[in-house]
Design a protein around this ligand. Sequence first.
Ligand SMILES: NC(=O)c1ccc[n+]([C@@H]2O[C@H](COP(=O)([O-])OP(=O)(O)OC[C@H]3O[C@@H](n4cnc5c(N)ncnc54)[C@H](OP(=O)(O)O)[C@@H]3O)[C@@H](O)[C@H]2O)c1
Length: 256
Amino acid sequence: MKTSGEKNSAMAHKQRLRTSDETFLGASHPLEGQTVMVVGGSSGIGSAVAQRAASHGASVVIVSRQASRFDDGEPSSKRIRYHHMDITQEADRKSLAKRSETIDHLVFAVRSAGSSAPFLQTTQEQAKEAFEVKFWGVYSFIQAIYPCMAAQSSITLTSGITGEKIIPGASSMAAINSATETLCRQLAVELAPIRINAVSPGFVAPKPEPLERRARDFPQRRLASPNDVAPAYIELMMSSYRTGTIVVVDGGARLV
Ligand SMILES: NC(=O)c1ccc[n+]([C@@H]2O[C@H](COP(=O)([O-])OP(=O)(O)OC[C@H]3O[C@@H](n4cnc5c(N)ncnc54)[C@H](OP(=O)(O)O)[C@@H]3O)[C@@H](O)[C@H]2O)c1
């Protein structure tokens, strides 16, 4: 027979296990008071992750080249600070690493410049340029900021559906996303005990009309919103035993 103390402790344990972003029932959220840096957090998926982390009580630093494209006046935004830099620039990376506080969770949601084109119409220069931000920028940023990472911290990368599903005209992104997922598994071993995971989004709004129409054939019958994808990042921050994994959030798009 369990004593009431044992029952309470079992209940607290159960609550701790319910770490889903939406269903956490503990007294305080696990992200409360943690420092979360979101590189590429000024718009789209990164912005949704930054706002969600702040709403859970985290102290959030958004890293991007320009000022935020959102300012909703929500109380959570008081917990958000900005650092403006270009992650492809070594001097910028060094300067941030020198000034940064200890980081509990680091998220990358940067997008490469340029648009996709068929393989035969993509020059090597264009393909290399696409790698500059999303792959090499992230790679070098991790090396620079590594001394600022807390021992029990996490890094969440962003890959994308083209890393798994072949979509004609997306060869550069396919290569970048596959490389990102391989880097994720490699760093999970080399940088342990820091946990490294990746989120692979499908098609996230806004998108041109033809893609929006195509999304109606996906199992979920629509494009994702950034808020559909953001909870996966929060859960990866909170999942203390998860590393080297890729979380797909695509509404089933890769299946059809
Ligand atoms: N949207 C989708 O359908 C989709 C699908 C699959 C995968 N993904 C991936 O998800 C990630 C986020 O996509 P998104 O659509 O949410 O992107 P987004 O809205 O275009 O946001 C990109 C972010 O990256 C920042 N950024 C770009 N270049 C930078 C640089 N050199 N230095 C610092 N910050 C930089 C941007 O801010 P500044 O411009 O101010 O620097 C912005 O905050 C990307 O990796 C993308 O490939 C997206």
